[in-house]
Design a protein around this ligand. Structure first.
Ligand code: AMP
Ligand code: ZN
Length: 137
């Protein structure tokens, strides 16, 4: 439990939330400011900040629970699709620094853009980046 962490407080039951699911490793609850109603979060019980300090077993369980919730959330909200995503670090939009995955109902006409469709034109470093990333795996 990290001090002043809103998600730790939810996990400890100090702050109320609409808990959908709980097991030994993760908990899921509805987002308080949903992008669409039914927007849910999957959160590790042990406080970690983001994907980088969360162990593989927990990440696997977060994704397994996202999978478990995907259909009930989609059907329950009459959505036509679901985005599953994780913001890691402020540059990627992270605002709560307790790791979490979003499960977001989507509608074909909802006008939301997951990300810009402007493809990055200058890809001259592709080969170099390919080698750097591959080597680091
Ligand atoms: P992110 O930008 O990925 O860090 O997203 C954090 C999410 O946590 C946002 O969608 C918030 O609406 C959500 N959130 C913040 N506080 C609470 C809370 N007390 N209960 C449920 N969701 C929350
Ligand atoms: Zn926390």
């Amino acid at each position: 439990m990290a001090e002043d962490c809103i998600f730790c407080k939810i996990i400890e039951g100090e702050v109320p939330a609409y808990k959908l699911y709980e097991d030994e490793l993760v908990v899921s609850f509805l987002d308080i400011f949903p992008i669409h109603p039914g927007h849910a979060l999957v959160v590790p019980k042990k406080h970690t900040v983001d994907i980088f300090d969360t162990d593989e077993e927990t990440i696997k369980q977060m994704m397994a629970v996202a999978k478990k919730l995907a259909l009930p959330v989609m059907n329950g909200t009459k959505a036509q699709g679901i985005n599953i995503g994780m913001n890691n670090k402020p540059a990627a939009g992270q605002e709560v620094f307790h790791a979490h995955m979003h499960i977001i109902p989507r509608y074909s006409d909802d006008g939301l853009k997951t990300w810009s469709k402007n493809l990055f034109k200058d890809d001259k470093h592709k080969q170099e980046l390919y080698e750097v990333i591959k080597k680091a795996l």
